[in-house]
Design a protein around this ligand. Sequence first.
Ligand SMILES: Cc1cc2nc3c(=O)[nH]c(=O)nc-3n(C[C@H](O)[C@H](O)[C@H](O)COP(=O)(O)OP(=O)(O)OC[C@H]3O[C@@H](n4cnc5c(N)ncnc54)[C@H](O)[C@@H]3O)c2cc1C
Length: 403
Amino acid sequence: MLEMISYRNEESKGVVYSMWFFSDEQNMLLETVRQFAKDELGPKIEHLDAEEGFNREAFTKMGDLGLLGITVKEEDGGAGMGAIEATIAMEEMGAIDASTTLSYLAHAILCVNQIGANGSAEQKKKYLPDLISGKKLGGMGMSEPGAGSDMLSMTTKAVKNADGYAITGGKTWITNGPNGDVFYVYAKTGETKRDISTFILERGMKGFSTGKKFTKMGMRASPTGELVFENIQVPASARVGEEGGSVKMMMRNLDLERVTIAGISLGIAKGCIDSATQYAKERKQFGKPIGAFQMIQERLAEAAAWYDACRTQTYTVAKLFDDGKLGGKESASLSAKAKLTAAQMATKVALDAIQILGGYGYTREFPVERAMRDAKLIEIGAGTNEVMRLIIARQMLGEVANL
Ligand SMILES: Cc1cc2nc3c(=O)[nH]c(=O)nc-3n(C[C@H](O)[C@H](O)[C@H](O)COP(=O)(O)OP(=O)(O)OC[C@H]3O[C@@H](n4cnc5c(N)ncnc54)[C@H](O)[C@@H]3O)c2cc1C
């Protein structure tokens, strides 16, 4: 029975965040990542958040733990795991340090997973070892200043020539952009919206540079910036897959990104519920712990119930993903639903935690104000809440939604 409980508070040691269908290996991974986050991320995040720094050492340690190639096949040097394990990693790290977890997502899911899933034997051999060990940091470039939600309207161009392709344009809001080494980049190779191809670009290539690094309200220990491409000449072997064949791969990866990023929202909410529950037991006003007041109880109870609901939804979608039961529009809709609910839930739970902690909640003495700033990003990145609603509604209404 305990295995079915997805949330337990501090008093019960907060140890069981399992799901009824997690295997022993998945529960072990959960414990390992939780310990790693506590030891390696927790002590540094307050300072890194204030300074907009980056926990580079954590990536080397994630490499040692096998987390960086978590979804890559074992024969390609990865851990051979799936969406459930990646989501567990996101949740456990996200509960302590959502910023480093966002950078982890960009590296492991948006870059490494994509090279593992779609790269040629030569590309995998060239890039995966250093990315999986943590020697190199990866990222993904899709968004552009004029192409965010409408990403197919991107204008970065790869023009075919005798030596391969010349790539010109740029990307913006790229996680790990300011400090990454290897980027999985989408560019137009034709005139229509769907003529999109993928190229692996590296820092150090002639014509590759990084533009502005953004100052952000949250996710401050996850560097975000612009990539600039000035006539970068790459051989045809830098292209991933068929020319003009990337839209499907991009959409498939967005589905995986959405279900796993929902894990970060779950982690943020879990951290807030733990902090607020503990505080409600300890803080006394009017001669009683504030947890004795029903208005405080209501906020806590609502938070725990919504967290459990979103968690069940997210891991169920991750399991369907891993079982190969999702395809096409259904996959897009279910992962959009998981992200939409978890992202909104985390922002609401973080705001409620601030309210429960009162004046202290608004200060940097407690992590809940950082949690609120971090949580908001997940309502925007990897597709906004509005775009998630569009995807869900289109699947429900079919042609009617497009009239
Ligand atoms: C911290 C951070 C990290 C990121 N990391 C990456 C990364 O690693 N790689 C990458 O490629 N991108 C990344 N992004 C970009 C992110 O995916 C985009 O910001 C996001 O897709 C939204 O695009 P936009 O900002 O251009 O907003 P816009 O598309 O301009 O949207 C503005 C507003 O209009 C709404 N809107 C737009 N279209 C519609 C519509 N049809 N119906 C209703 N409302 C609509 C949106 O929901 C939003 O509220 C990152 C962004 C941030 C902030």
